[in-house]
Ligand binder design. Structure first.
Ligand SMILES: C[S@@+](CC[C@H](N)C(=O)[O-])C[C@H]1O[C@@H](n2cnc3c(N)ncnc32)[C@H](O)[C@@H]1O
Length: 369
């Protein structure tokens, strides 16, 4: 990857504090107000942490699900470097947010142009104001970035700053051959892949995962249960399950790369883990659900066996175990040995090259937007 942009200089010229709004939520989800506590605000903005800038799509009375943020500065830098920007590029950014990453791109370009799309009108207005105050003039669009922006195509680079489950084919169509699409990607099961695709002349795009990121979802691709209570809501009657005991320790299935790989095989299953405290410290229960079927597994340190509960037509825990064993049979490859290919008909994930397809779950091949 060439380094045609002096990112140190660009970051120095484009301070984050000029884009972060007055109210933010830091690592511990505590709201910090610039007007009432300017020191805490300045400290949070200077720290290498993500700052949530909007909850619940800006609707009052929600369950405090983060919906817009200023991403962690070191991660923003990593992503911009992965994008391999030339100052003459035309770049499409999806997810303007505060406008900080838009500003970094606009500052890096000398001859090229940045177009940035934000789905939330109020977030977009705030970003527009910050960019205007900094005398930067990217094209700002309010709309659904999953459709791209045909009027400005073709682009040399496309970067998304929210996670998708399906890479929209519109993105592939709007990026030039040899151009790069960099996007956070995940399954409902596990959201941690930074995907770097290269567009080919035949209208497909293919590439590997190049890192571990956890971004908020694109609005229309949020997993179904994200805003609801899991147990008692998604899983209506947890006491009605089929109970069995197993001696297999569930923990290795939950380690980062295993969890990612299981998600490739069971992309529509969601999971939540609840950790015990006090006398139950060290214990946890993980719940899995697809809307019809569910499973839970209880972990208790040093226990001779672990309880599994299941309900509904699918035997979800056995499917998770089969997906885990399939990953082990491939030699336990890390996330970065996996990749994804997008064609006009949909997407598939693979290990060790596009022929090594791994998404054997029934629901992965959907037509992308
Ligand atoms: C992590 S934030 C963006 C961070 C931003 N780049 C920055 O530097 O501040 C993700 C943004 O994506 C926006 N978003 C979600 N779905 C979108 C969509 N379909 N099209 C465009 N923007 C979307 C959210 O409203 C949110 O503002």
């Amino acid at each position: 990857m060439s380094a045609l942009v002096d990112w140190d200089g660009v970051f120095a010229d484009t301070p984050r504090r000029s884009y972060v709004p007055a109210a933010v939520w830091g690592n511990d989800d505590v709201r910090i107000d610039r007007d009432t506590d300017p020191e805490a605000w300045a400290e949070a903005v200077a720290a290498d942490i993500p700052l949530v800038t909007q909850m619940d799509d800006g609707m009052p009375g929600g369950s405090l699900i983060p919906t817009s943020s200023s991403s962690q500065p070191s991660l923003v830098r990593h992503m911009l470097e992965q994008l391999d920007v030339d100052p003459s590029h035309d770049i499409l950014e999806i997810g303007t947010g505060t406008g900080w990453s838009t500003a970094l791109l606009a500052t890096a370009l000398t001859a090229g142009r940045v177009t940035s799309i934000e789905v939330d009108p109020l977030v977009a207005i705030q970003a527009q104001k910050s960019l205007h105050d900094a005398d930067l003039k990217p094209s700002l669009i309010v709309g659904d970035g999953l459709l791209g922006y045909r009027e400005g195509a073709p682009y040399h680079r496309l970067i998304a700053t929210m996670a998708v489950r399906n890479v929209p084919y519109a993105w592939v169509e709007q990026v030039r051959p040899k151009g790069v699409i960099l996007t956070p990607w995940g399954t409902a099961f596990h959201n941690s892949g930074l995907l770097r695709l290269v567009v080919a002349a035949d209208g497909t795009a293919s590439g590997r995962f190049v890192g571990n990121v956890n971004f908020m979802w694109a609005r229309s691709q949020r997993p179904r249960f994200e805003t609801r209570r899991f147990v008692g809501d998604v899983i209506a009657d947890p006491s009605a399950g089929r109970v069995r005991h197993m001696t297999t320790d569930p923990r290795p299935r939950q380690e980062e790369h295993a969890d990612f790989a299981i998600g490739l095989r069971l992309p529509d299953v969601e999971q939540r883990t609840f950790f015990g405290s006090g006398a139950h410290a060290g214990e946890f229960t993980t719940w899995y659900a697809d809307g019809q079927s569910w499973a839970s597994v209880d972990y208790v340190p040093d226990a001779p066996s672990f309880e599994v509960n299941e309900g509904g037509p699918r035997d979800l825990w056995r499917e998770i175990e089969a997906a885990y064993q399939a990953w082990r049979a491939r030699g336990e490859p890390p996330r970065e040995e996996h990749g994804l290919t997008v064609t006009v008909d949909g997407q598939w994930t693979w290990h060790d090259g596009p022929l090594g397809r791994v998404d054997c779950g029934p629901s992965i091949l959907r037509k992308a937007l």
